[in-house]
Write a protein that binds this ligand. Sequence first.
Ligand code: FAD
Length: 338
Amino acid sequence: MRKVRVAVVGAGVVGLSTAVCIAEAIPQSDVTVLADRFTPDTTSDVAAGVLFADEFPDIPLEQQRRWFQRTFDHLLAIADSPEASPAGVFLCSGCQVFREVPDDGKPFWSDYVLGFRTMTDKELRRFPQYKFGQAYTTLTCECTAYLPWLQSRLVKAGGQMKHEKVTDLHQLGQRYDVIINCSGLGARDLVGDGEVYPVRGQILKVQAPWLKHFVRVSDGQTYIYPGMAGVTLGGTRQIGDWRLETDAEESEGIMERCCLLEPSLRGAVCQGVKVGLRPGRRNLRLEREMLHLQGHRVPVVHNYGHGGWGITLSWGTALDALQLVQQCLNEHPPPAKL
Ligand code: FAD
């Protein structure tokens, strides 16, 4: 039987996770990742990579819980193995603090992280401007290490990577039997999806090896995430802003806000500033459709629009994308001859 030629467009955390899931689960597949940017130049590389999420408004919570849990379990197994350091995955403990007590209780993922609880008054005293807090242990997945690690895993499973800007899925359909669209913000142009928009994020990397706990303010505008080689300070969430240049005034603001939360940062040395454009969408898109080409049809599975939670949901959504690919292949097996 000939191999099923699978094209995955996108080499961020979503594309590479999806490619690995397919290559490992469907041995008769020949998976190629096509992208115009690979690590370290993707949006995924900019993220601190801490696992937590907000809700997508119109996606059943059960599904979002499953995406979170599957990603958490997959990464926890890596964190608990000798692969933890090369993959850039590790447990991290810390807290999220709120200016007002929230109405909506626990977040939907509170049962999947470890030791989720309300902070004590004594703990909150460290943050006098905040009235409420949640403490938990979650995972950090640093994509500057994790993406190269996923690439090696893909190659081991027989997959390959190709530097190519895809401008037309129909053209791609002439060369492949199945297409997976993991183009993130690029889906705006690639499939004309006007619902995808940029949410600009600027962060600072600083040297502060004494910091071991993360702190996040619930509005997502201020956070301190200790990582393997430095601490990420954030951030900004600028909807509709396409600027990739760094902004010195914003860096000052980030530093100022983070120092108010954690005064010891006043002594920290700044190592660099980065900007990334999150692939914003009201709801992420995970579904299949059929491309009609001359003489044949090619299934397409879309998996993009993860917003600020792409690392958090990457493995869970990749497993659902794999399931859609399997359904497509069962219902429309590719022609036996090329
Ligand atoms: P990307 O990483 O953008 O990858 C898209 C890929 O598609 C690239 O390879 C690109 O080259 C390719 N592509 C696009 N169009 C085409 C085309 N036409 N032809 C060929 N290739 C194409 N998430 C978390 O879960 N936790 C966090 O702590 C976190 N922090 C963040 C902090 C910041 C400052 C930012 C900016 C983001 C953060 N995120 C976080 C969000 C996370 O980074 C994104 O959700 C995630 O990177 C999206 O992954 P992706 O693979 O969909 O997109």
